[in-house]
Write a protein that binds this ligand. Structure first.
Ligand code: FAD
Length: 500
């Protein structure tokens, strides 16, 4: 006799990429799915904004691991190539250092290695060692850490072939320690440390495991989508709908309902007062919001606090005449004092001398700016805050925007006189728009060796409740939140299996 998963009625709370990915997977698995998103559009942090002929991403600007989305869209009979217009970038990122030097990473590994040698002669062998280790970390983590839930460490160990797998994912040193042991040139150390910020975390605290991200970019590419990354949200919503899921916007969930203390979830109540019954509730909201507001739960709140919030982001959306030659599609302008920057963040202060990331999407998509102009999405890491409204009130947002522009001025980009449009997105805006508690971009942080285990787990404290998205396992970032949906869909099926 074969075993078959029982079809369930599923409510998904939140239409970010985690919720949309869960809708696709669960609808493809035969469940009856209703996705409820409070705002007037799906995609959550994955969004775009257009004004004065310019278009900017307002959240993610870089797509990695496209195969994750190809597989997902494949469940609805389509693909990333068919549903979006993916562009694999030839030059993946340009880095400018405070001493005036710079280098470019390329899709072609040999070109990247040559650029590293040109920047820091003699660094090639160290680069090769770094690349080999990064590949080993990824290939091991992919089949262990990312392949299922880690409700407790035993779940992870069960997926390991031997204890050597644990060492292979390099969890013991911090990312900074690993980088400093590998590279003699401080600029390459700074380059490597940057990858902690992909998880809203601190290179002096995050495990060296995150050193696998450069391998992911090198091996599987850095991607843009013509028309903007936010088109992915529409593609996922379309895929979910085509599989029979109901994707509803303007539907704010006020409570997750459960049968008595410790009992199974029974559905949700909307802010409108309507009740929606369901066997399964999948929460794609920040776990802090879930456990404080929707289904108050002390131990869940403790777990959220223990995990710690990720950093937030301060964004400038700029439109400028002409073209800044020093800027590529993706450019990082490093500060002179990286350690101090993370000390500032840890102390809850926006960095005085910030590293600035710029995405000039028009470099590969002319529709992002009017002819003769450029559209620049500028992002600086700033701390999340207990009260982001207060933290960014009283002119502090405008003052910090000027500080960021001054940091760009110091690089002689000649940008300020050419500006024709300027908008700001603060952590307070991120909190209000997406219910990102404290404005945290990635929900929980990855700081510390135990971070992966202290993060709120995919299985909620009530039977029938599951968590997807940035604040649960395996973490934030587009491909990871999509993987959280894969993990949860498998859990829903396994929990609902009846003898066939
Ligand atoms: C500025 C910025 C830059 C980034 N850059 C990158 C990048 O380059 N590459 C990358 O991979 N990732 C990047 N990220 C991270 C990435 O955007 C997130 O990790 C990912 O989009 C999070 O998806 P999610 O599903 O977890 O949650 P979210 O996108 O936060 O979605 C949650 C949804 O739930 C809804 N919601 C909340 N409460 C309720 C409720 N009570 N009822 C109904 N709906 C509710 C919200 O409105 C929201 O739509 C960036 C993020 C930001 C903000």
């Amino acid at each position: 006799m074969s075993a078959a998963p029982t079809p369930r009625s599923v409510v998904i709370v939140g239409g970010g990429v985690g919720g949309l990915a869960a809708a696709v997977r669960l609808a493809a698995g035969g469940h009856v799915v209703r996705l409820l998103e409070r705002s007037d559009r799906v995609g959550g942090k994955l969004g775009s904004h257009a004004a004065a002929g310019f278009r900017w991403e307002t959240g993610p600007s870089l797509l990695t691991l496209p195969a994750v989305f190809d597989e997902l869209l494949g469940l609805a009979g389509t693909s990333l190539a068919a549903a979006c217009r993916p562009v694999r970038l030839e030059r993946t990122c340009r880095y400018h250092f405070a001493d005036g030097s710079s280098f470019t990473t390329w899709d072609d590994p040999a070109a990247t290695r040559a650029a590293v040698e040109a920047l820091a002669p003699g660094s090639g062998p160290a680069w090769d060692r770094w690349a080999r280790r990064a590949e080993r970390v990824w290939t091991t983590a992919e089949r262990t850490f990312f392949a299922g839930p880690i409700e407790d460490p035993r779940a992870l160990f069960a997926r390991m072939r031997s204890p050597l797998d644990l060492l292979a994912i390099d969890p013991l040193p911090t990312l900074h320690q690993r980088a400093a042991r590998t590279f003699a040139d401080p600029r390459l150390v700074q380059w490597a440390c940057r990858y902690a910020t992909y998880a809203g975390s601190d290179p002096w605290r995050v495990p060296a495991t995150l050193g696998c991200i450069p391998h992911i970019e090198q091996a599987f590419g850095c991607w843009a989508l013509a028309g903007g990354l936010a088109t992915l949200a529409g593609a996922l919503a379309g895929a979910a709908s085509s599989l029979g899921a109901s994707v509803e916007t303007g539907a704010e969930v006020a409570a997750v309902l459960a049968a008595g203390p410790g009992g199974r979830v029974s559905g949700v109540r909307l802010a409108s007062g309507e009740t929606v019954a369901a066997d399964v509730v999948v929460a794609d909201v920040d776990a802090a919001h879930l456990y404080a507001d929707l289904l108050p739960d002390r131990s869940g709140q403790r777990r959220v606090r223990a995990a710690g919030r990720s950093t937030s982001g301060f964004v400038l959306l700029l439109g400028a005449e002409g073209r800044t030659e020093a800027l590529d599609h993706h450019t990082v302008l490093f500060s002179s004092a990286y350690r101090q920057e993370f000390r500032d963040l840890a102390a809850g202060r926006p960095p005085a001398d910030p590293t600035v990331y710029v995405c000039a999407a028009d470099r590969n998509d002319p529709s992002a700016a009017p002819p003769g102009h450029e559209s620049l999405f500028v992002l600086v890491n700033v701390p999340s805050a207990d009260d982001p409204d207060a933290a960014w009130a009283d002119g502090r947002a405008d003052a910090y925007a000027d500080r960021v522009l001054a940091a760009l001025d110091r690089r002689s980009l000649g940008l300020r006189p050419r500006l024709v449009h300027r908008e700001v997105i603060t952590p307070a805006d991120l909190a209000a728009r997406h219910r990102a508690v404290g404005g945290a971009i990635y929900g929980t942080s990855s700081n510390g060796r135990r971070a992966a285990f202290t993060r709120p787990s995919n299985r909620g404290p009530r039977p029938g409740l599951y968590l997807v998205g940035g604040s649960t396992h395996p973490g934030g970032g587009l491909p990871l939140v999509a993987l959280s949906a894969k993990i949860v869909a498998a859990m829903v099926d396994a929990d609902g299996v009846v003898p066939g």
